[in-house]
Design a protein around this ligand. Structure first.
Ligand SMILES: [Fe+2]
Ligand SMILES: [Fe+2]
Length: 291
């Protein structure tokens, strides 16, 4: 790491403010990695290299880039630097992990469904101490608690900034923003479903997230209820989610399914829950709904 630091800071030596920025990104990335249980070394390496090629000639940067990337960003040449930096790092360290390279590639605007490392580098780049715009501090403070909240705020803030300047955002900025906005809405939704289930004292409430694997729904919520609770839950959900309720099935079967479009609620009686074994099949998709 020490040798790599020397290499990077030597390359950027004519731009002291950029060196300062990179050091700030490393510091914040390290801090966020520790808080959010990410590999600290990976975070530091991605942070160190993210702007490595920032001041290289465009012709130097495009030498190794895919034609697709060159074409995509021909009117926004500053977007070459994350891709060329990832290529340089791969040349220097051939066995470098792909997730480090992705964190470098997407550090400017992010992308939908980012890894934790990608979010950390995106956030650190925008909120390190030498960033002076007003929202930087807010982004940083949000990130200490929740990376997705910080990402959404950051994306919103940069879209607002572009709008105020009359600049059209890139498609990927809008796509990424829409993705995280929707994610936030659906989180709010599943949390209120969980609240309805807690209110009727349903037992063993589990939330499963299919975000990466299914285009049809995002969450399964499973709970154990008796018949009376199942009816109460179905009625309360019907009232709370009038516009989003697609279907209620299996009312007298010991397995009631309430389809709220992107949240599917399964209300099992204890025996049926055990018998159908849905929890076992969904093992690995569970998320912690107590945070
Ligand atoms: Fe950059
Ligand atoms: Fe940067």
């Amino acid at each position: 790491m020490k040798d790599l630091e020397k290499l990077v800071f030597n390359k950027l030596k004519d731009n002291p403010s950029r060196i300062n920025h990179v050091k700030g990104v490393i510091k914040v990335a390290e801090e966020l990695a520790k808080i959010h249980d990410e590999d600290v070394l990976k975070a530091k390496l991605a942070a160190l290299f993210h702007d490595y090629t920032k001041y290289d000639e465009i012709s130097e940067q495009t030498k190794y880039l895919d034609q697709e990337i060159i074409k995509k960003y021909q009117d926004n040449e500053f977007m070459y630097h994350p891709y060329s930096a990832a290529i340089k790092l791969k040349q220097l360290i051939p066995n470098v992990q792909d997730d480090i390279l992705d964190a470098i590639r997407y550090h400017v605007f992010g992308r939908p469904n980012m890894t934790k490392l990608e979010k950390i580098i995106l956030i650190s780049d925008k909120s390190e101490p030498s960033r002076t715009f007003e929202d930087a501090k807010i982004i940083y403070n949000l990130a200490l608690n929740n990376l997705d909240d910080a990402v959404l705020y950051l994306l919103e803030s940069s879209l607002k900034h572009l709008k105020s300047k009359g600049v059209k955002p890139l498609d990927e900025q809008i796509q990424t923003y829409n993705y995280y906005k929707r994610k936030e809405e659906i989180m709010v939704k599943y949390e209120s479903v969980v609240k309805v289930l807690e209110d009727i004292k349903a037992k063993d409430i589990k939330v499963y997230d299919f975000n990466k694997t299914s285009p049809f729904y995002d969450y399964f919520i499973i709970a154990t209820v008796n018949e009376r609770q199942a009816n109460a839950a179905a009625n309360n959900l019907k009232q709370s989610f009038k516009d989003e309720l697609l279907n209620i099935e299996g009312k007298s079967s010991g397995w009631v399914l309430v389809d709220l479009n992107d949240v599917i609620v399964h209300l099992f009686q204890a025996q049926e829950r055990e018998f159908y074994g849905l929890d076992k099949m969904l093992y690995g998709f569970q998320i912690d709904n107590n945070k």
